[in-house]
Ligand binder design. Structure first.
Ligand code: PGA
Length: 928
């Protein structure tokens, strides 16, 4: 590796050693617990597989494959589990290695890395951006990661907890016998723990899992970043990392970094999200906020033992202490502790009043509840201010300011819960309401213009459609019950608890008006000459066609007086959500990426033309086929003018643990997100002049058209493709994995159009084809770049334009992780071998084209020449994946051909397949 320092070489050596260590511990555990036969089989497979990946040897020998296939089912399960755990442990070793490198960089005083505030400040300074400009962006900044329950995390919480123990042991750097013994114990526990969930997750479980991340990292890190952002607005220091932490005055009035959630609020295709579930999601979130705030207050009251004999607190602090009700003689001279005890008692009473629970230790004194977080913040400010008046600045800064920031950031509600429903459901609900109120017997028979007129009339009137004596039908009743819950939550917690309602599959103006009419029924929209709304109405555009019309749809809305009035009541800011996964499934990788880019630019123009501030909400998953890829680069590759200091992004599935699994990770990922948002808002990240941009866009339009044709012709126009896909991939088995609360499909249809994007992408990952990350791109380049000049033009564009670079860099990653020789084995499962072979050869040819063009355009000798870390990671981890693929194919073959024998044996086969799905997803790290 070029430029590797001796310390880095030593650290790489340490990684190899760690992988060996956990591998040999696992080997011992397998031998002990599963016996020599299994161990020998695993070892043979492992050695051949490693030699194949590392030295380019033949691969797993046919006789080994035969031995694997012939081994008893329980041995096969043990073999799969062994490789699942090898991959899991290798991943942990890698993560520990990365953390070690980061620590090293920090302590060695290396220049700030991209994605840090220090680096961002440097870039801004180099570009001549002055502090006033930075301050202006920071003053409006709004960055929000939104955690969703999209079912792509295959690891159970128990497994993640055990994994963390391994990570702590390896990360400690201690290799003493007691640490090794601890590791051995954890690996034994892992071996005996079921890696599969025994039953389907409930929404309440999903909420719980997400809440774990607040305790693990977010509760500490998000407020701390908010403090650093606030201090940025007050400092002209060059290096954001070296900024002095803020005093009271510098803590921002707003919280620019805010957490959001969809869990328990996203009811699109999830019948389990009922009104009760929405209510309990809000309560569960709030209960966590109270629990964590109370813990912090209790801790602070232990720490602030300052004596009135030594310091002179302010009158306000003394008054707070005197009002606390704490008359313990032990604390008579400790006014801060007394004040904090009183605050603890008030916060406990607040928890009781807001969510009916008393988390933590009951207080000794009884006090009235706070009316809201502002009162608690006010008291904390009295504490911090008093400390400063007698010279205890540092104590205020280190111990109290973070808590003030936490109260600001999380309030009593913790995070904003978004609501989401599909436009088709909203349409039916409105139709039922209109019929019930005898306003229109058949709303759905109206054309778009008539619908909009009718709905606008409703919005102009304060009169409601709900009539107590009329039954609005189950669907409408359930929708309204959910909106009623939202309204009550806002009354209790304030307007930050629920602010956004997303409409999936938005295709027309009436979709937004339908939502507005329903909101009106719940008191969330006020009807009248100038209707106003308590929620943002957010369209989600997610097919290629809808993305193409997105700007036109928004223009029509922006011109409509009723909508303008609603928008004005939301501060003139319109959020638009764009869907990466569904557009990819619809149009393929290149076309989806380009359609999103185009739609974003056009939306900016539309918003500007109508004086509307635009905020984009990116619905992305972890894999490239669902918009995944490095987050920092992704934000910087956004079209110019689209970020403007405000962005929301979904964080889903396995990415949640990857990004927020510990405070260090959370700090790094959130800092990168904020830095990228500021950089993209302030710098001309695009680097193209108008003429170059026009040319770039026309090239991309042509490429997109070519890629689209190729993708659609394969996926939607090839006879037998659906059967091919359903027979060679484990799509049916994926649906049974119990990894999420919602059903895998919205309908019973077999059509690709009706399949949710996650199982679509997940199945292609399992087969290692990973088609959603590349298909069509090679053809597009080949058909477009027919002359050497055109090839050069593409390379030049790649060199200068982050959008094309990000597109190809992500594609190269996917191509490097795909493996068509493994994939070919799945061909044995094809329901029609001839059709299967034809389709597979077409896929293989396109894959070769993609590789060839990715290298040609990027000018790199190998796919990962610029990403040695991923290259090494593939070398280290993939030997453990290949055997799971081989067994998966064999097991699927038996299942599909009814060769599993007795029902009990069939059950074992299904279980082994599920384990292989789990193992491959774990090993690939992002696969759904
Ligand atoms: P959805 O999400 O199916 O919930 O709309 C798409 C995705 O993120 O894959």
């Amino acid at each position: 590796m070029a430029g590797v320092t001796p310390t880095e070489r030593e650290q790489d050596h340490q990684l190899t050693e760690d992988i060996r260590l956990v591998g040999s511990i696992l080997g011992d555990v397998i031998r002990d617990q599963a016996g020599d036969d299994v161990f020998d089989l695993v070892e043979t497979v492992r050695r051949q597989s490693v030699a194949h990946r590392r030295e380019g040897d033949e691969g797993i020998a046919p006789e080994t494959v035969a031995a694997l296939a012939a081994s008893p089912p329980d041995h096969q399960i043990s073999v799969i589990k062994a490789f699942d755990l090898f991959a899991l442990l290798a991943n942990v070793a890698e993560d520990v290695h990365h953390a070690r490198r980061r620590r090293h960089h920090r302590s060695a005083g290396s220049p700030p890395q991209p994605g840090t505030f220090g680096h961002m400040r440097g870039r801004l300074a180099a570009a001549g951006v002055d502090d006033a400009r930075l301050r202006a962006v920071v003053a409006e900044l709004e960055v929000s990661p939104v955690i969703t329950a999209h079912p792509t995390e295959v690891r159970r919480k128990t497994v993640l907890d055990l994994t963390r123990r391994v990570s702590d042991a390896l990360g400690s750097g201690d290799r003493s016998p007691s640490t090794i013994a601890g590791l051995r114990l954890t690996v034994q526990l892992l071996w005996h723990t079921d890696l599969l969930r025994a039953s389907k997750l409930r929404v309440a479980d999903e909420i719980n899992e997400a809440l774990g991340y607040y305790r693990r990292s977010l509760f500490e890190v998000v407020p701390a970043i908010n403090q650093r952002i606030a201090s940025m607005a007050h400092s002209s220091a060059e290096d954001g990392n070296a900024l002095a932490p803020p005093g009271n005055d510098a803590i921002a009035e707003r919280s620019p970094l805010r957490m959001g959630s969809w869990i328990g609020g996203d009811r699109d295709g999830n019948p389990f999200v009922t009104a009760d579930v929405v209510a309990s999601a809000i309560d569960q979130n709030a209960a966590m906020a109270f629990e964590l705030l109370l813990e912090q207050l209790a801790q602070l009251s232990l720490e602030l033992s300052l004596s009135a004999q030594i310091v002179s607190p302010t009158d306000a602090l003394v008054a707070l202490a005197d009002a606390s009700g704490d008359d313990s003689p032990f604390r008579a001279e400790e006014p801060y502790r007394r004040a904090l005890r009183g605050m603890y008692a008030r916060l406990t009473a607040s928890a009781q009043a807001f969510v009916g629970v008393v988390p933590g230790v009951a207080p000794r004194v009884e006090r009235s509840a706070y009316s809201g977080p502002a009162e608690l913040e006010h008291d904390l400010r009295i504490v911090a201010h008093s400390l400063r008046t007698h010279g205890c600045h540092e104590i205020a800064e280190v111990l109290v300011d973070p808590l003030v920031s936490a109260v600001r950031t999380f309030g009593f509600h913790l995070c904003t819960l978004d609501l989401r429903q599909n436009s088709a459901v909203l349409e039916r609900a409105v139709a039922d309401l209109l019929a019930g109120a005898e306003v229109h017997p058949d709303y759905r028979s109206l054309d778009e213009t008539e619908r909009c007129e009718l709905l606008a009339t409703e919005l102009r009137s304060p009169r409601l459609l709900r009539i107590p004596s009329a039954d609005p039908g189950d669907e409408a009743a359930s929708e309204l019950a959910i909106l009623d819950v939202a309204r009550r939550a806002i009354d209790r917690f304030g307007d930050r608890v629920v602010r956004h309602h997303i409409i999936s599959a938005t295709s027309s103006v009436s979709d937004l008006f339908e939502l507005a009419v329903l909101l009106k029924e719940a008191g969330l929209v006020r009807g009248g000459a100038e209707p106003s709304s308590m929620l943002d109405l957010i369209p989600l555009f997610e097919t290629i066609e809808d993305l193409g019309h997105a700007a036109a749809t928004m223009r029509t809305l922006f011109q409509h007086p009723v909508y303008r009035s609603l928008l004005a009541s939301r501060g003139g800011r319109q959020e638009v959500m764009i869907g990466y996964s569904d557009s990819n499934k619809d149009g393929g990788y290149l076309t989806s990426t380009w359609s999103l880019y185009r739609a974003e630019s056009q939306l900016v123009e539309a918003a500007q033309a109508h004086g509307v501030a635009l905020r984009l909400f990116h619905g992305r998953g972890g894999t490239v086929g669902r918009g995944g890829g490095p987050g920092y680069e992704a934000i910087l590759a956004q079209p110019p003018g689209t970020v403007q200091g405000a962005i929301r992004v979904t964080e889903q599935g396995e990415m949640v643990a990857a990004k927020f699994g510990d405070p260090d990770l959370a700090r790094r990922n959130l800092e990168a997100m904020v830095s990228a948002t500021i950089e993209a808002s302030v710098l001309d990240a695009d680097g193209l002049d108008d003429e170059q941009r026009a040319r770039a866009e026309s090239i991309m339009d042509e490429l997109s058209e070519l890629a689209h044709r190729e993708y659609r012709s394969l996926v939607y126009e090839t006879d037998g493709f659906v059967d091919f896909f359903r027979s060679i991939t484990p799509i049916d088995e994926i649906a049974k994995l119990n990894i999420g609360s919602r059903p895998a499909s919205r309908t019973a249809s077999r059509r690709i159009e009706d399949l949710r994007a996650i199982p679509w992408v997940f199945s292609w990952s399992q087969t290692r084809i990973m088609l959603p990350g590349w298909y069509g791109t090679g053809t597009a380049f080949e058909h477009w770049a027919t002359t050497p000049e055109r090839v050069r033009e593409l390379s030049d564009l790649h060199a200068h334009w982050p959008a094309l670079r990000a597109l190809l860099s992500n594609m190269r990653m996917v191509l490097a992780k795909s493996d068509l020789s493994i994939a070919e084995r799945y061909l044995a499962l094809a329901s029609d071998p001839d059709v299967g072979t034809t389709i597979f050869e077409r896929i293989r040819t396109e894959h070769e084209r993609c590789v060839r063009w990715a290298l040609e355009v990027s000018g790199l000798p190998t796919l990962l020449a610029d990403n040695p870390l991923l290259e090494r990671s593939i070398r280290n981890r993939f030997p453990y994946l290949d055997p799971m693929n081989l067994l998966q194919v064999e097991l699927l073959r038996r299942l599909r051909h009814d060769e599993t024998g007795e029902p009990a044996a069939a059950e074992v086969t299904v279980r082994a397949i599920k384990l292989s799905l789990n193992g491959l997803a774990t090993g690939l790290r992002n696969s759904g």
